[in-house]
Design a protein around this ligand. Structure first.
Ligand code: PGA
Ligand code: ZN
Length: 420
């Protein structure tokens, strides 16, 4: 039984205020949740409640904390902590909007995560095991960023995430070791060429490339430099995040100094798929370009994994619709897009039913919280995306997966990648 719900302001990896919630039980045990924050957000995702005004650039969360203390806490008090669906349902009902704008997506997801962690603590199980029950589960295949761009690096390059997947790895540990070698190799190459400008929001190198292909070429070189065969040991995954530069069927690629229409954008990406060992591509076309997403999935879905992030926003209904019309074959699963743990799980269930893959994902603004590793493992999603291989808000997740692997769980490996 829930005895108390406490909220406090803490700070995320960008130094922005965020919401932390403790759910304390009558048994004395408790669970904690922390809200992450995106920078390249989908139009249809749950929205954070921020104070506005001039202090802290308008990003303070006092209103969200107040919503927890005055509205959420009194209702949750006395509820059974294992009734996650009922608790999440009550919060949505109380909010009354479609995107949690009134109570705040940040208030609701932090509370929802704290409730889940408290339920696992109450039965003294690690969260992944509590979620798995008797079902067999696997450590997820990680996709790990090497270069950051787009909204996470002041649009220095158009592509948001240039990532690698250690498809030759047979354990999670080995995947992290192979990625570490590639990250180090990429850093050496960038420093030698005078292209290194620091790290972007998710810890990937902030690159000074002249064009997008140079970024892809350098990533291939980095894989080779680490002693791996591109496409055999280590493959490439991209998040184009094209809603950031594509609107109304026009795509403005700053590094190429030109505009593409939807067909032209498709052609450019298909050319990259031919030239580079790419196995996964996220948001290839903009969230409002459904026809483009269908065309691209038709052309490339049998060859590579096509991931919907801004387009699917961790929404089961949108996943079902996408599978019916043939747009994408995999969903990015971000709990704070859905707004509650229950709706996050519903998006994953919809993906399973549709034959879609699923990648549980962090946000560009993160905390030391590693609940997504437990969700990905305990729900057996198969894949995990956390950002790069640097900065402790990222490493906290990879390190937690390494600890979980000690329970002798199998590794999902390259078999987790989907094709249509
Ligand atoms: P965001 O980006 O967290 O800034 O929205 C992550 C992503 O696009 O996958
Ligand atoms: Zn994305």
């Amino acid at each position: 039984t829930i005895k108390e719900v406490k909220a406090r302001r803490v700070w995320d990896s960008r130094g922005w205020p965020t919401v932390e919630v403790d759910v304390v039980l009558e048994s004395g045990r408790f669970g904690r949740g922390m809200a992450p924050a995106g920078a390249s957000r989908g139009t249809h995702e749950a929205v954070d409640l921020r104070d506005g005004g001039t202090a802290l650039a308008g990003k303070d969360v006092q209103k969200a904390l107040n919503a927890i203390e005055t509205e959420i806490a009194p209702v949750l008090k006395g509820m059974n902590v294992v009734d996650q669906a009922a608790i999440d349902g009550r919060m949505k009902e109380m909010d009354g909007t479609a995107n949690l704008a009134r109570l705040g997506g940040n208030a609701v997801i932090a509370t929802s995560m704290a409730v889940l962690n408290a339920a696992a603590a109450d039965v003294e199980l690690p969260l992944w095991r509590h979620l798995a029950g008797d079902a067999p589960v696997r450590l997820p295949l990680p996709q790990i960023q090497i270069f950051g761009g787009g909204a996470h690096a002041s649009r220095r390059i158009d592509i948001q995430d240039l990532m690698v997947i250690a498809i030759g790895a047979t354990s999670f540990r080995q995947a992290t070791e192979m990625t570490a070698e590639v990250y180090l190799s990429a850093g050496r190459i960038m420093a030698e060429r005078g292209l290194l400008q620091g790290v972007a929001d998710e810890g990937g190198y902030w690159p000074a490339f002249d064009n997008n292909e140079q970024a892809l070429d350098t990533l291939v070189k980095a894989i080779e430099g680490a002693g791996y065969v591109p496409g055999e040991d280590v493959a490439i995954a991209l998040d184009i995040a094209s809603s950031e530069f594509g609107k109304n069927g026009r795509y403005r690629l700053a590094l190429e100094s030109r505009d593409y229409d939807s067909d032209g954008m498709c052609e450019l990406l298909l050319k990259w798929l031919d030239r580079y060992p790419i196995v996964s591509i996220e948001d290839p076309l903009a969230e409002d370009d459904e026809a483009g997403l269908i065309a691209f999935t038709n052309a490339a879905g049998a060859k590579v994994q096509i991931v919907g992030d801004d387009y699917l926003v961790t929404d089961g209904q949108r996943v079902r619709r996408a599978s019916e019309i043939g747009a994408c074959n995999c969903v990015l699963v971000k709990p704070n897009q859905a707004g509650t743990i229950t709706d996050t799980r519903a998006a994953l269930d919809a993906a399973r039913q549709a034959g879609f893959g699923a990648i549980v994902s962090a946000r560009s603004g993160e905390t030391e919280d590693f609940i997504i590793v437990h969700l990905s493992t305990g729900w057996d999603a198969g894949q995990l995306k956390v950002g790069s291989f640097a900065r402790s808000e990222r490493m906290a997740k990879w390190n937690e997966a390494i600890r979980i692997e000690e329970s002798d769980l199998p590794f999902a490996g390259r078999g987790a990648l989907v094709r249509s």
